[in-house]
Design a protein around this ligand. Structure first.
Ligand code: SAT
Ligand code: MN
Length: 589
């Protein structure tokens, strides 16, 4: 008797009409075989699927170039499909599920003719974790298979785990004809199902990542009492050897990966990495908040990654284990056969192809690597991987940090008065847009908890859910807002960032342990300058004051903008947050 997975795969094969169906086992041998085949095959855009890079400098590393129109998430083509439009809220694109399927079926009909349909069984989370989920994705491009093998726990044993049950998350992906007009990323939360066509790019095509682990999982969390969040996960060790675990939300391309890999400039402090993008937060039996990283690798932004800014990551990229490492849309140094990007910290190559495959002219200002070019690397390569990385129960969280990219207004560091105020800080967070999503860069958008592109349901309900989870926790973590990106009058970053961000994390640990005080301001609790560890930093107190400034007139404008944003949730906006907004305005006047 066919299992539920087999029946579903058969149904998909009848629709997509592939030449062959291939069931992935997730083995090393398989990865090598698929890469070898991919090196001899042209992608639909005329590039080889994989190009082998210099194996001495970049062991087991391969280069991939995608279509120039397919280099970032396409939020305007991303839909949540449920009958009840109100339940998905004003910040998501909505489509009726029947209409969505009527639109998709003709696009998928025969889309894999002449191609192989790969079936990938995988887990999000450690297979022994009570919080892990079993998934199956199909795709027609081996780049996605290799990427998923790095980013998830792919294994044929997942099929045994699922057995004959139909309790698995389904993902259907085809690169289609890459036509942005026929590109859709559709989510069906009531069926644990994602359909994606027309893109091979990370967040659009690796359906275990944002599509399942955030958009669909946020629904599961709402139903089951937990939170699926766009958060890095770190353990910060102090000189006494005590580790404090923190979950850090920041929008795409705002430095979560660098923070997860931070190399401390303060002696005695060390950051251990648990994850760089997604965290699932559950209230444990003991009433504490526990976090796991459902992923198994990093899909990070290459430009700006150097030995100086993120040495741990560069070491991971060069480590080379049985997990391959991929570079997508960076430049290619053709003399050395190495990947290269702006901010790698090595001289510009004399001869290179840019991310579109054209000869690159270093004397021109055009970028060699795409601003959103990425590496895909296994977490197993991390030199500072936390020993609890594979602990099925996860780590207990003491601090939640919410960040964004703001040139002004928002101070380096703010502590929330309490959980409810922290939820308000998250709800009001804004950030300047980046190259991680197609669209204009550098405009401020409200991005609550960095989840605006990823929360699969009405954000009014999301805020209420956060408030409720807070009530279910015995000792709620403290909540912080951070902003590394404040500019001076000349447009230069005031805060050095990177390894020096440990100074902010140290203050947070000191607060958790009741070792330092804080100054009350209308927007929250700020550090006293003399209680921030700034030794060894060349930064004047005038600049520090600017960094920590709460400018009343800027904040009056900010509050009006926050109000305009929150008003769109109407009756769904929790009364508690409306109260917080009122107190913010009152505090300011
Ligand atoms: O495209 S991804 O979602 O995988 C990366 C990102 O935008 O955070
Ligand atoms: Mn992300």
């Amino acid at each position: 008797m066919a299992t539920a997975v087999e029946k579903w795969v058969e149904e998909m094969a009848q629709l997509c009409k592939p030449d062959k169906i291939y069931w992935c086992d997730g083995s090393e041998e398989e990865a090598h075989r698929l890469i070898e085949i991919g090196m001899t095959q042209e992608n639909i855009n005329g590039n080889p699927i994989f190009t082998k890079l210099d194996q001495k400098e970049w062991p087991n590393s391969y280069y991939h170039r995608s279509h120039p129109s397919d280099v970032a998430r396409t939020e305007h083509l991303t839909f949540i499909c449920r009958k009840d439009k109100e339940s998905i809220g004003p910040t998501n694109n909505w489509m009726d599920p029947d209409e969505a399927k009527r639109k998709l079926e003709p696009l998928f009909d025969g889309c894999m003719k002449g191609r192989t349909m790969y079936v990938m069984p995988y887990m999000m989370g450690h297979p022994d974790s009570p919080y892990a989920k079993a998934c199956v994705q199909i795709t027609d491009i081996s780049y996605v298979v290799i990427s998923m093998r790095i980013m998830t726990r792919m294994s044929k044993s997942v099929l045994d785990k699922i057995g004959n049950s139909d309790n698995f998350v389904r993902g259907v992906h085809s690169i289609g004809n890459l036509d942005p007009e026929n590109r859709y990323i559709m989510h069906f939360p009531d069926e644990n199902l994602v359909w994606s066509i027309g893109s091979g790019y990370g967040g659009n095509a690796l359906l275990g990542k944002k599509c399942f682990s955030l958009r669909i999982a946020s629904w599961l969390g709402l139903k089951e009492g937990w939170l699926a969040e766009h958060m890095a996960l770190i353990g910060v060790e102090d000189p006494q050897g005590k580790i404090t675990y923190m979950a850090v939300a920041m929008p795409s391309a705002c430095g979560k990966t660098n923070l997860a890999m931070l190399e401390s400039t303060l002696p005695g402090y060390k950051v251990w990495t648990l994850g760089d993008d997604i965290a699932w937060l559950n209230v444990g039996d003991d009433g504490q908040l526990y976090a796991i990283n459902p992923e198994a690798g990093y899909f990070g932004v290459a430009p700006g990654t150097s030995m100086k800014t993120n040495g741990n990551m560069l070491k991971a990229l060069k480590k080379g284990t049985f997990f391959p490492t991929l570079f997508t849309n960076t430049a290619l140094d053709t003399d050395k056969n190495e990947p290269w990007w702006e901010g790698l910290g090595t001289p510009a190559p004399a001869h290179a192809l840019d991310w579109q495959g054209n000869e690159w002219d270093p004397s021109k200002t055009s970028k060699a690597a795409h601003a959103n070019s990425r590496f895909t690397v296994s977490a197993q390569h991390t030199t500072n991987l936390a020993k609890e990385y594979s602990d099925p129960k996860g780590v207990p969280i003491s601090a939640i940090i919410l960040g964004g990219r703001r040139a002004n207004t928002v101070p380096l560091l703010v502590e929330a008065f309490n959980w409810q105020h922290g939820v308000f800080i998250g709800a009001r967070s804004g950030s300047e847009t980046t190259a991680a999503a197609i669209g204009q860069e550098g405009v401020i958008r409200r991005d609550p908890m960095a989840m605006i592109p990823f929360c699969g349901y009405n954000m009014g309900d999301y805020f209420a859910h956060w408030l409720q989870v807070g009530k279910n926790i015995k000792k709620a973590p403290k909540i912080y807002s951070v902003n590394w990106f404040r500019l001076d009058d000349e447009g230069k970053f005031i805060w050095p960032g990177f390894g020096d961000n440990i100074r902010v994390l140290k203050w947070i640990i000191d607060r958790i342990n009741g070792k330092v005080g804080a100054k009350e301001t209308p927007i929250g609790l700020l550090p006293n300058l003399n209680e921030l560890s700034l030794e060894g930093l060349d930064i004047s107190s005038a600049r520090m004051e600017k960094l920590l400034e709460v400018n009343p007139s800027e904040w009056v404008k900010e509050a009006a903008d926050i109000e305009a944003f929150l008003t769109q949730f109407g009756a769904k906006l929790p009364e508690a947050l409306a109260q917080e907004l009122k107190s913010l305005k009152a505090n300011l006047s």
